[in-house]
Design a protein around this ligand. Structure first.
Ligand code: NA7
Length: 546
């Protein structure tokens, strides 16, 4: 397709494809589409590649996927030359990795950085997406692919009165200062929020803060990360076995290298059950979640046994019994919300410089110039850290003015919850592909593994569309409604489907988001991939082509 790179509005360059986001999905999608010989433009709101790992910089940010299982699988040369230094590497090393990949594949020449997609509308007469960006430019493309991710493009501050009045330092974890070190030494620091982010930052800040006060509303079950260095000998072994490792990941529910135990937790003896729980708790990563008895994932009785085990661990690790009880979730089972992995998180509460406020007992009422006032008293602070999460999964796309046929806005179509086929296609938005969208397998997954299933499939679909002489594809209403209904029905059988969390779209800080709406894919990554493959094998019966 003809390309003119200048791009001021009114003189728009045209590409075969425009990709939103140069994170791990956008980078691989660009590489694959180049392989088809297409002209591609990527817009990235931040200043470099890597998505989350470039944007988010809070202290303590690190992977809880095993580093080597998080690598791109598509390029053996990169796999063989890259050495992971830790089992679960931190932000800086991951950012280096993605920059290295971008250098190696010469990706940056097709990426426009520091540029946000503000509006995208489908021109029905020409079968083109018209994309307006924050630099005042316009570009057009036949295919629009969102690789915007589920979280970091939509950070969410809490709704608390007086936030603007605070006179000290205040940071949302997702907007951490990049131009200077933030010191906690000698300071009275508050952390609001105890999700995966809050847990990582609490364990880090506790080491140096004068005093750290953690404001917890809902306790989460947490489990040991089990981080440690990777020796050269281990790395050599990993490199020799990448193929098998990725194949093992591919065969599991969430594409981690942990094998589920197909026995029932209810049928083994108590000794056997405890022994497996103990072993898995002491293994790195999500082993205690994805490597235990299969019914712990969906049967409330089996799950209660695992929850009981995890509660005993918290009581052992936290010295003050009252604090331990506040940290133990009472309203949801183990793994039914995102499971934060931790390194001495519970032990942080044994330190003299750390205290825990139970916001259920004494809710935050107001942020004042000097600190935080709860229903009980005012706590003075020098710094407040908001670890309050994101407008997850639907938020990033909702922040773009995305308009399909007849000028209909995606956020209006999805006002009562996302309706899609595979989280990837939505009727009325032809030639739009959403990688890692709502209800896709990527929402509960070792992300790069699920993403590669999706970007491979989108590439194949685009190739098919072009070689079959079509200009346009669109999912049918019947396919998206049938699939969405099936997902929501299946979600009823899951534990996560009955719990408030970002998995179910509940966000106390956003109007209209108090009702649960399941945003995961309940059947797991293997089933998701098989659905995609079956569609391609039958020449995409869910789509119409024109
Ligand atoms: P999460 O998991 O959404 O956690 C946000 C936390 O902030 C959670 O503990 C919330 O409590 C708490 N929160 C939010 N608003 C308030 C107010 N107003 N008052 C008190 N506490 C509040 O976000 P994360 O960033 O930790 O993790 C998101 C994902 O990023 C994570 O799963 C990883 O995959 C990466 P609540 O639970 O709502 O009671």
């Amino acid at each position: 397709m003809e390309t003119d790179q200048s791009g001021k509005r009114g003189h728009a360059p045209t590409f075969d494809a425009i990709i939103i986001g140069a994170g791990l999905a956008g980078m691989q999608q660009l590489h694959l589409l180049r392989g088809l010989g297409l002209s591609v433009r990527v817009y990235e709101a931040s200043d470099d590649v890597g998505g989350t790992w470039n944007i988010s910089r809070y202290p303590g940010l690190r992977l809880d996927s095993e580093s080597h299982t998080y690598a791109y699988a598509f390029d053996d040369e990169i796999l063989q030359e890259w050495n992971w230094t830790e089992r679960f590497v931190g932000q800086a090393e991951l950012s280096r990795y993605f920059r290295h990949v971008a250098d190696k594949l010469d990706l940056r020449r097709d990426i426009v950085f520091d540029t946000r997609v503000e509006r995208a509308s489908f021109d029905e007469a020409r079968d083109l997406w018209v994309v307006d960006t924050s630099d005042g430019a316009r570009a057009e493309a036949r295919f629009l692919i969102s690789c915007i991710g589920a979280l970091v493009a939509a950070p969410q501050m809490p709704r608390i009165a007086g936030i603007e009045s605070f006179a000290g330092e205040a940071y949302h974890t997702n907007a951490w200062p990049r131009d200077r070190e933030v010191s906690f030494a000698g300071k009275r620091v508050a952390v609001i929020g105890t999700g995966a982010t809050g847990v990582q930052i609490v364990q880090e800040v506790s080491k140096t803060a004068g005093h750290l006060t953690v404001f917890q509303r809902t306790p989460n079950w947490c489990a040991p990360l089990g981080n440690g260095p990777i020796s050269q000998a281990e790395m050599d072994k990993i490199k020799a076995n990448y193929k098998d490792i990725f194949a093992r990941c591919k065969a599991t529910y969430a594409q981690f290298d942990h094998q589920i135990d197909f026995r029932s937790a209810l049928e083994v003896s108590e000794e056997e059950r405890e022994a497996l729980f103990e072993q898995r708790y002491n293994e790195p990563g999500f082993s205690i979640f994805l490597g235990v008895f299969i019914d712990c994932l969906f049967d409330p009785r089996a799950n209660a046994l695992l929850s009981d085990f995890a509660a005993r661990k918290i009581r052992q690790r936290v010295h003050d019994p009252k604090t331990a009880e506040v940290l133990i979730p009472k309203d949801h089972g183990f793994g039914s919300r995102r499971l934060p992995l931790e390194t001495n998180y519970y032990e942080a509460y044994n330190r003299d410089n750390v205290s825990l406020i139970d916001c259920r007992a004494t809710p935050i009422e107001e942020i004042t110039p000097g600190g935080i006032r709860t229903s009980e008293c005012e706590h003075p602070f020098d710094m407040i850290i908001y670890a309050t999460g994101f407008d997850a999964v639907v938020g990033p796309l909702a922040r773009i003015d995305l308009r399909g046929i007849g000028g209909r806005a995606l956020k209006d179509k999805w006002a009562d919850g996302p309706v899609s086929w595979m989280g990837m296609h939505t009727n009325g938005f032809p030639n739009l592909l959403i990688v890692g969208g709502p209800n896709s397998s990527a929402t509960l997954c070792n992300v790069p593994r699920c993403i590669e299933d999706m970007v491979g499939w989108t590439t194949q679909l685009i190739a098919h569309t072009q070689t079959s002489g079509h200009r346009r594809f669109e999912v049918t209403e019947a396919a998206e409604q049938g699939w969405t209904d099936a997902v929501l029905t299946a979600a009823e059988q899951t534990l996560a489907g009955h719990v408030d969390s970002w998995f179910t779209g509940v966000n106390s800080n956003i109007d209209g988001r108090q009702k649960r709406r399941f945003l995961l894919y309940p059947a797991g990554a293997v089933a998701y991939r098989e659905e995609l493959e079956a569609s391609a094998a039958h020449t995409y019966p869910q789509l119409t082509f024109a």
